[in-house]
Design a protein around this ligand. Sequence first.
Ligand SMILES: [Zn+2]
Length: 380
Amino acid sequence: MDSILRTLQAQQGEMVKMLRRLVEAESPSTDKAAVDRFGAMVGGIARRMQARVRVFPSRQTGNHLRAEFRLGPGRTDGQILLLGHLDTVWERGTIARMPFRVRRGRACGPGVFDMKSGIVAALFALRALRTLRIPVKKKVVLLLISDEETGSLTSRPLTEREARRSDCVLVLEPAHGLKGALKTSRKGVGEFEIRIKGRAAHAGLDPEKGASAIEELARQILRVKQFADRRRGITINVGVISGGTRSNVVAAEAAAVVDVRVARVRDQREIERKIRSLQPADRRTSLKISGGKNRPPLERTRQVAQLFERARALARPLGITLTEADVGGGSDGNFTAALGVPTLDGLGGVGEGAHAPHENILLRELPRRAALLAHLIASF
Ligand SMILES: [Zn+2]
């Protein structure tokens, strides 16, 4: 059997122990102090593995963490970026009603799947490479940012700078489905707000003097929905609406928040143009559009396909039949792929229920995915 896999499988208990520590150190995106504590914990583990650790302070969000590993003898040539995030969508205190638990070969708990198991897989992969003295020609940088779940607004420049220096980016986000497919295509995501100003009036005495912002918003929503195109992979969701004050007042204000997802860069520009050029049907109302694209799509370019093929070939001797998937959710891999840096996403835990109370991972996949990651790192 493969020596990396054998080593990691013997460490499965240790991996679960670390996973428990990481899950129990809650790290919601919205709680800077908590994310920073968690980042310091992970930074400490990396330091004990002889990594050079650097913290990038961020005022609005948690700090970002960069750990650099040199695993080869002598000079390194090039860089591999392992990309992940420290934050979760779970508020502090969730652990009390959703404790870390191991049952029937699975582990559950807040953030176990998205993506603390990915962090554990990366750390153990690097440790196995070191203890087995497997030469790695490239420098390995583990970049864990703190605001992924809120759109990566403060970390994006850091991620892009590090990606530009790298020969490839391996993203530690969860795999897709229980078969653990890698993500070779992800949709681009945008968020827009449509705000309508109308004219208030008494609904009984002089309704004709009013111009209803709510009615105008309803028309605009139906119009926006027509921009969706299932075949081209364009989806539109009006997820939030608000407006009006009371039933007997013609509404002076209304607003909607719209989520837009596209499979192609070209469509992202096109949809944005269409939304920005919406015009009011009732001329007495006015319309204000804000927001825009957040993440570009991760397109399955030739480079992405080649990287997937490399992973698939390395997975076979480990007994993993690797498949690929295209998914609607975006990650920071979308940023790096858009720069033209070969990016492979979904190399973290195998499980289900991201952002849901039943979030869990399959424990036997943990050493296997770590082994795949180690082989990928050593293959460059
Ligand atoms: Zn994630």
